[in-house]
Design a protein around this ligand. Sequence first.
Ligand code: 13P
Length: 261
Amino acid sequence: MATRKPLISGNWKMNLNHFEAIQTVQKLHYLLPKDIFEQVDVTVHVPFTDIRSVQTLIDSEELDLILGAQHCHWQDSGAFTGEVSPAFLEKLNVKYVVAGHSERREIFGETDEMVNKKVAAIQQHNMVPIVCCGETLEERELGETESKVLGQIEAALAGRSNEQVAALVVAYEPIWAIGTGKTATAEDAQLVCHAIRQKLRVMTDDATAGAVRIQYGGSVKAVNAAELMGQADIDGALVGGASLDPDEFARLVQFSAPNSV
Ligand code: 13P
């Protein structure tokens, strides 16, 4: 069986200015035992205006935390007022970029086609896309979870080589579980993540599908992290609210380490 190092990602969304970001990242790093990073990769997806400050902190103090972004455009430059180029993120040592978060899809009209172009652009710039998928409550109740989620994955990854698929991350985030305090049961989350891996197997091959890290997201906290991470096809978490509090997030990271389960 493939060994996949868990990836715990804090998605701050539109929270914490650059002063608060520096304090939060410093505190988080201080709270985490140094050897945890051998077991778990930890990314922080800060707002654009915080990236330069956090990059300087990570680089100058040689922190083990990995810098992430929440979104980018697919073009390198041009007349796209308000957008941010993936080339600019690469220059700032950003390593992971979220693509197709449900909030971008639902609030800002991001389509599967845009997500596909973003995934390609992020990889073109040597960064790792975290490709999000997930169903609404209505879709879940209609029994459409798998068709929605697997359709999003198929569209987002169209045109990627097996090698490129192996290098990316998928995040399964049921929309009804985001910021609501409702978490999918570990068994339900595992079922969908398993279906995603099966889909990846069909799109690529066994080795490729076995290499992809699949995160669960939606009200993940320190108290439920270990059970979720203990599932065979869940290799990490994309965490919103709980990542804003360094004490809570540090506990969550530690409970996600393979030997804590
Ligand atoms: P919460 O952890 O606040 O539910 O947010 C999940 C999420 O959307 C992470 O991208």
